[in-house]
Design a protein around this ligand. Structure first.
Ligand SMILES: Cc1ncc(COP(=O)(O)O)c(C=O)c1O
Length: 441
């Protein structure tokens, strides 16, 4: 069944992102060719259970009929229309529908094509907002260690993953970082950890160093995903909000992973009961069918631009594909699918079972920590002596051979199944991982 493999020549043309290209192209092939519901099919015809929603993004599972039909119909009706100075109805209909599930007063939405663009857009809006209101000295951006905000220059500057930053020059100036929230005393915590709310107080020290009059925004992932699932300590995000209010600093939540039901609520902001001023989205926004990202901003921010701008264009920013008709059609059908099937509530209902299942791996070989919230989990492995990440990559390969797609980041297994996952499928994920750990040195 290897007939669906690209030719050896073709295999050389694609420079794969975040992938060891040399190893991938010379090694055993791992290619996916079909997807439906909870499953992929590999090029050699095997069923692969999806424990990662693709890449944290196919929240409603794969090949959902309503979404597929909406994209097909839109492609045949109007393939593209610009949104600079002219527009099409779907962009308004989609953002209106999306604003209906956004919390607090986050009701104005700027459309992008990816999470990276959403993060950079949010940072730019924060800077322009302060300037617009006569606070042009507020230019510093505060990120966090171990954060992932995509791969644009803004995102890697406020991000905190060294390998994503170290090769790319001096990055943005005027950036500082909060400490990450991974504390040894919290290992094997189920849900939100008890210790570490005071880590938010590091913002006070940053303010003391630079003065609040120079700081524009703090950006955090409510749950840090790509670094290996770090759950915020109880009270941490509330504390950050209080400090941002105290110092007139905007708070940006990057919800590219935590959005669209991942935690059992529409957004992390809902789950934690904390109001950001800007909220980044992508991935689940179209169930990953057509690339799209977005930034929701508070009415206050939007109104400031509308009232204070002294140029006809209020924000000199945008993308050719901001509000692409196919993405908007997919987005509307995706929101309807989430709603029709009650998928956010379903994720909340399934979360206790998920928690017990993943923590049952506590005694599995190599496991040194397990973290979870909603339908997300991180299983941290003891790195192999002198060969960091090798063990996790072997576990990844073994799971794939046994029909399970997981994600590994460093020596951490990260899981985020589609919100349609059934209990027997969760059991199968856990058994497959337990076996893979047992037979991996
Ligand atoms: C929190 C967060 N922000 C931004 C991004 C970047 O999104 P994209 O890969 O769509 O650019 C990701 C991707 O995983 C993410 O997890």
């Amino acid at each position: 069944m290897d007939d669906r493999l690209p030719s050896p020549d073709a295999m050389q043309s694609f420079w794969m992102p975040f992938t060891p290209n040399r190893a991938f192209k010379s090694g055993r092939h791992k290619l996916l060719v079909e997807a439906d519901g909870m499953f992929y099919k590999s090029h050699d015809g095997r069923e692969i259970l999806d424990a990662t929603s693709g890449l944290w993004c196919s929240n409603a599972g794969h090949n959902r009929p309503k979404i597929t039909a909406a994209i097909q119909k839109q492609a045949a009706t109007m393939d593209f229309a610009p949104t600079f100075n002219i527009a099409h109805p779907l962009a308004f209909e989609f953002t209106h529908k999306l604003s209906g599930i956004l919390p607090y007063d986050l009701k104005k939405i700027f459309l992008t094509n990816s999470g990276s663009e959403a993060a950079d857009t949010a940072l730019k809006i924060a800077l322009a907002y302060h300037r617009m209101r006569g606070q042009g000295a507020k230019t510093r951006l505060i990120g966090r260690e171990r954060a992932y905000h995509g791969t644009g220059f803004g995102g890697i500057s406020v991000g905190g993953l060294v390998k994503n930053r170290m090769s790319f020059g001096t990055l943005l100036t005027g950036v500082d970082h909060l400490p990450h929230t991974h504390l040894p005393e919290n290992v094997f915590t189920k849900g939100e950890p008890e210790h570490g709310a005071d880590l938010a107080d590091a913002l006070e020290r940053i303010v003391a160093l630079h003065d609040a009059s120079t700081i524009a925004a703090v950006i955090v992932e409510p749950v840090a995903g790509s670094t290996g699932v770090l759950i915020p300590p109880k009270g941490y995000l509330k504390r950050l909000r209080e400090l941002c209010d105290k110092h007139d600093i905007l708070l940006i939540f990057d919800e590219v992973i935590t959005g669209f039901g991942r935690l059992g609520a529409a957004f992390g902001a809902d789950y934690f009961g904390v109001r950001p001023d800007l909220l980044c989205m992508a991935k689940g926004i179209t169930n990953a069918t057509v690339p799209m990202g977005a930034v929701a901003v508070s009415n206050r921010i939007y109104d400031t631009f509308m009232q204070a701008s002294d140029t006809p264009i209020e924000l000199f920013h945008g993308y050719t594909y901001s509000g692409h008709p196919l993405a908007c059609a997919a987005g509307i059908a995706t929101l309807e699918t989430y709603e029709d099937e009650g998928l956010f509530a379903r994720a909340a209902d399934m979360a206790p079972y998920w928690q017990d299942a993943v923590h049952s791996l506590r005694d599995a070989r190599h496991v040194i920590d397990i973290r979870n919230l909603g339908l997300v989990a991180g299983i941290e492995l003891q790195p192999r002596e002198g060969a960091a990440t090798a063990r996790a990559l072997e576990v990844f390969d073994r799971c794939f051979d046994d029909g399970l797609l997981i994600r590994v980041t460093g020596d951490i297994i990260a899981m985020s199944p589609p919100l349609i996952v059934e209990k027997p499928q969760i059991d199968r994920m856990i058994e497959t991982i337990r076996y893979a750990l047992a037979v991996t040195e």
